[in-house]
Design a protein around this ligand. Structure first.
Ligand code: 6R9
Length: 653
């Protein structure tokens, strides 16, 4: 990696950006190093409006359960809505909503505030109180964002469940969170199709397995036919009728849980990552300003779904906290054709565009196949900044994005972060950081990422290791809901000197000190930027008890999705081949879709009479990874109990 490959910020960028040039970046880093708490306190006063100012900054007395701004009180929805209206931004467009069919609705800050307040009053009228958990199982919509804001307004803790998750996954989350309410829609529209939401909620709640659940609120999106449980189900529009558009915000402590978001770990069921109100909001707003350089006249578009953390920090909270104008898009990038993103950028004059490498890679493929959906066919001159998130962006995709979408003039911020971190951790700042394709560059000012070995000792630059964060930061995960022990074990293992363990491997360049993420070091896969535990998929497969005896799941590289899921399956019946194997593979995929959701369907399924195991009975996953990649097995197989199995596993269905 040499300096000559770097893309330097233009003079204009260095002059106009919120963080102007490398010297400004370094000054912020120096400020945070000189007085860590003072630095964060300054920003917390600047970015968050407190109803009761905090006097304490960081409380480390019960580490790793850190507390930030503990005695301060605030309301997140006040900060995102009322505050902007009070600043005179009431008539400014907060959300430009584009529906699947292209219909556009614009919502101003005053309107979003009124809608949120009404919705908050609905929640209150159904008895939802501060601290109650509300599950939101919604498509991308203004109502989805307003539902999150409404929870924040009354101090209820939301847990958004991605609309692609199955009834079983939804049930697990409602149960674990002990939710009192589910907010959903009758159906969602994606790619010209109406997909069920309410009927999945019905299935999730059918067997009375969620005793805490009282109400299901249904937003009517399509008017499609749905089932109805009297007493439990309520139409949102009926409950909204007559509700006041004023709702006094509930002032909560800074540490009050704003939301839980379930994400995959290496073992067990998905964990409910618990976030705070004050520290979380600070980092969501701060990173939106510095990383995305959000300005008053920008049109910001983050293409993530509100079911993922990116949709929380960079749709529901960060841009609204700054009074920005943003796009909320209901549909998919390939409908009506793969030019949809470019068409929308042109139509809405999007200036900041934030998406995932997997989307970029699939749009590259589409553009290379059909000239009509090539970005060159659209006027993308409104763009000034591009972003990437979710997985490493390979340099070839980076270069294409830079040249064909950004016209060679837009910096790309490759933002590394996680559900647990709440906001950006390692990222370029567009007016400061020289960019090197494939590297997320340097820590955000105040974030103390480092690379260490298994015992927590720093490794020299140029040598790979384990990515950690040395000091607690305001938007960090507070705990795993219902499982503080798992929180400690997963993120603060005793051998790492009290550092936060991210779960990724990384390397710093010997010359520049730039970070490159080398991928997960645990059994978590990243498929199209979605996190999935191999164990979760294995349990889904073996839960197909009539067919499956044993299953092992590994990842393999995939050109479009980054990683692909590869399942090795032993059936309770003789090993199938040919057409029969295809039929059973489909059955298993459908089963996984039902258990977890379609995103967890294995791309490859390989059948064996057994799995390759050591004499002590351990599945040889390293070997499975080679088989999955289609590589010749060069590893030492001398400890393998049953070498003949390898030949059977050669065929993927
Ligand atoms: C925001 C988000 C987190 C995992 C993370 C890492 C991978 C995210 C990345 C990246 C390389 C980037 N990841 N951004 N890897 N470069 N810019 O994606 O959260 O869904 O929790 O996933 O995604 O492996 O540990 P989440």
């Amino acid at each position: 990696m040499s300096e000559t490959q770097a893309y330097l910020p233009s003079a204009a960028w260095q002059e106009q950006a919120h963080v102007k040039g490398m010297a400004a970046y370094q000054a912020l880093v120096a400020e945070s190093e000189a007085d860590y708490q003072g630095y964060w306190a300054r920003l917390a006063r600047e970015f968050v409006t407190w109803q009761t100012p905090f006097t304490q900054v960081l409380n480390e007395s019960n580490a790793p359960f850190f507390k930030w701004f503990e005695d301060g009180r605030l309301n997140v929805s006040y900060n995102c809505l009322d505050r902007n209206v009070e600043r005179g931004l009431g008539d400014k467009v907060a959300i430009i909503f584009e529906a699947d069919d292209g219909a556009v609705t614009k919502v101003t800050y005053s309107e979003l505030l009124a809608k949120t307040a009404q919705l908050a009053n609905v929640l209150k009228s159904r008895g939802v109180k501060k601290g109650d958990r509300v599950v939101i199982y919604m498509s991308m919509s203004v109502e989805g964002v307003a539902a999150m804001q409404a929870c924040a307004r009354i101090g209820a803790t939301h847990s958004v469940v991605f609309g692609g998750f199955s009834a079983q996954s939804l049930r697990d989350r409602v149960q674990d969170a002990g939710a009192v309410m589910v907010i959903t829609a009758d159906e969602q529209l994606r790619g010209g199709k109406a997909l069920p939401l309410k009927s999945i909620v019905d299935e999730a709640l059918a067997d009375g397995s969620c005793p805490t659940l009282k109400d299901v609120i249904v937003y009517q999106r399509t008017g499609g036919k749905i089932g109805w449980v009297e007493g439990r189900d309520h139409w949102l529009h009926e409950l909204l009728a007559g509700q006041s558009t004023v709702c006094e915000p509930e002032w909560v402590e800074a540490e009050h849980p704003l939301f839980l978001l379930y994400t995959s770990g290496s073992t067990g069921k998905p964990k409910g990552v618990q976030h705070s109100s004050g520290g979380y909001l600070l980092h969501a707003a701060l990173t939106t300003k510095w990383t995305f350089d959000l300005k008053d006249n920008d049109v910001f578009w983050c293409t993530a779904d509100i079911g993922w953390v990116t949709g929380h920090s960079y749709i529901a909270y960060g841009p609204l906290a700054l009074g920005g104008t943003e796009i909320v898009f209901e549909g998919v990038p390939t409908y009506p054709d793969a030019g949809r993103f470019w068409k929308m950028i042109e139509k809405h004059k999007v200036s900041i565009f934030y998406t995932a490498p997997t989307a970029i890679r699939s749009l590259i493929k589409a553009a290379e196949t059909s000239e009509a959906v090539h970005p060159a066919r659209y006027d993308l001159s409104s763009l000034r900044l591009l972003g990437s998130v979710g997985e490493p962006i390979n340099p070839a995709a980076w270069e294409w994005y830079h040249k064909h979408v950004g016209g060679g003039r837009c910096p790309i911020v490759d933002t590394f972060w996680q559900t647990e971190t709440g906001g950006h951790m390692i990222t370029p700042l567009p007016g400061a950081t020289p960019l090197i394709p494939g590297s997320c560059t340097l820590p955000f000012p105040g974030i103390t990422t480092a690379i260490v070995d298994e015992t927590g000792n720093d490794v020299p630059n140029g040598q790979g290791g384990i990515l950690v964060v040395k000091k607690p930061w305001p938007s960090m995960i507070r705990t795993i809901w219902n499982d503080p022990d798992r929180f400690k074990k997963s993120y603060y293992p005793s051998e790492l000197k009290g550092y936060y363990l991210a779960g990724d491997g990384a390397i710093r360049d010997a010359d520049t000190g730039y970070f490159t993420i080398t991928g997960r070091i645990d059994d978590v896969l990243n498929v199209s930027g979605h996190r999935m535990g191999t164990m979760e998929i294995e349990s889904a497969l073996v839960s197909c008890t009539e067919l499956v005896a044993e299953a092992a799941v590994v990842g393999r590289p995939d050109d479009t999705t980054g990683e692909a899921i590869c399942a090795f399956v032993v059936l309770k019946r003789p090993r199938p081949t040919g057409d029969e194997a295809k039929v059973i593979a489909k059955q298993l995929r459908d089963h996984v879709a039902k258990e977890i959701g379609p995103i967890a369907k294995p791309k490859d399924i390989r059948f064996g009479d057994n799995l390759p195991k050591t004499r002590s009975g351990k599945i040889m996953r390293r070997l499975l990874r080679s088989v999955a990649k289609g590589e010749a097995v060069t590893q030492d197989t001398s400890t393998l109990e049953n070498p003949a199995i390898l030949e059977q596993l050669g065929q993927a269905y």
